[in-house]
Design a binder for this molecule. Sequence first.
Ligand code: EZ4
Ligand code: CO
Length: 402
Amino acid sequence: MKIADVRVVVTCPGRNFVTLKIVTDEGVHGVGDATLNGRELAVAAYLRDHVAPALIGRDPSRIEDTWQYLYKGAYWRRGPVTMTAIAAVDTALWDILGKVAGLPVYKLLGGRSREGVTVYGHANADTTDQVLAEVARYVELGYRAVRVQTGVPGLASTYGVSGDKMFYEPADAALPTENVWSTAKYLAHVPTVFARVRDEFGPTLRLLHDVHHRLTPIEAARLGKSLEPYALTWIEDPVPAELQEGFRLIRQHTTTPIAVGEVFNTVWDCETLIREQLIDYIRTTVVHAGGITHLRRIFDLAALHHVRSGSHGATDLSPVCMAAALHLDLAIPNFGLQEYMRHTPETDAVFPHGYHYDGGYLHPAETPGLGVDIDEDLAARYPYRPAQLPVNRLEDGTVHSW
Ligand code: EZ4
Ligand code: CO
């Protein structure tokens, strides 16, 4: 069997997605997510101009060899654009292998290690009163874990809080919008939110919070300490993680668990964090960390050091990525949690899929391959619309991490 055609599909059913479709000479095809929020066309060009021509004629079952060929062969290693492009190829090849073998991909990865994939949802609201109602909605839907974000008194807008509660989308304009941030106001407010949530929902509902890279290590240490009475499952991205050693300082001060990694691309971005046990959950996911092949390598390293998976699953990761993530989540021994933000009905129609939610768990499709596809005719009806992520500034105008 040989690769006969490679297509890059850019579509915007409410938000932009880039999808790679690889077709073999025997008519079997596979799909891979290649979406990099706000930088979609860079990956589309990388795939179209530099990767697709080199795939024609290759044996689609040589997944590891193709990964190494694209990673080492390019000479320019790592980086979000390169690793998202490699991820798309890798994911599509696993899909093809599953279809050829007649097995769902999780069986090729060693088979089921659990009955379902525990997911967490997003409760977002401007005020604490409103967010309690949002948490209640997820609890009624059967969720066992909920991420809680609120507005901060004195700040006009805050990360994670949007008008459309179920379909939060941060890439909200053709050019970046701007938010204003105050660490002092934030640190004073967050513990009061979690005090109310714990009071209302009791000790066992798993609670999470995303700090979105906005603190310094000592500020993050203070946040972690202030949240210890509320026993969070994790605080996420407390500091920018370019400096992995920065987490040593946080660890010296707090027992609040830490999750990091949605912007990481390779095992090298988290090797110190994992080896020194500076984090508890690694949030790398299929589309941005080199596909199933490389993500499994990260998770295996994590397993050696008591670090569990907690993969990113925001709406900018397409249903193709979500399907792939679920097969890996089901198979690995050290699964932790999977983020799950629901896609809009328009997106679900463009990407027909067999995975389904039931009582706090997601289950991958049992059909051969990944169990997800792209409807190219429907996709063509939603042309690309420029959209970028916002910029964050301190109250004095200084650019801050978003
Ligand atoms: O801001 O996916 O935990 N989830 C997140 C996301 C990210 C977006 C960026 O594209 O932090 O909502
Ligand atoms: Co996050």
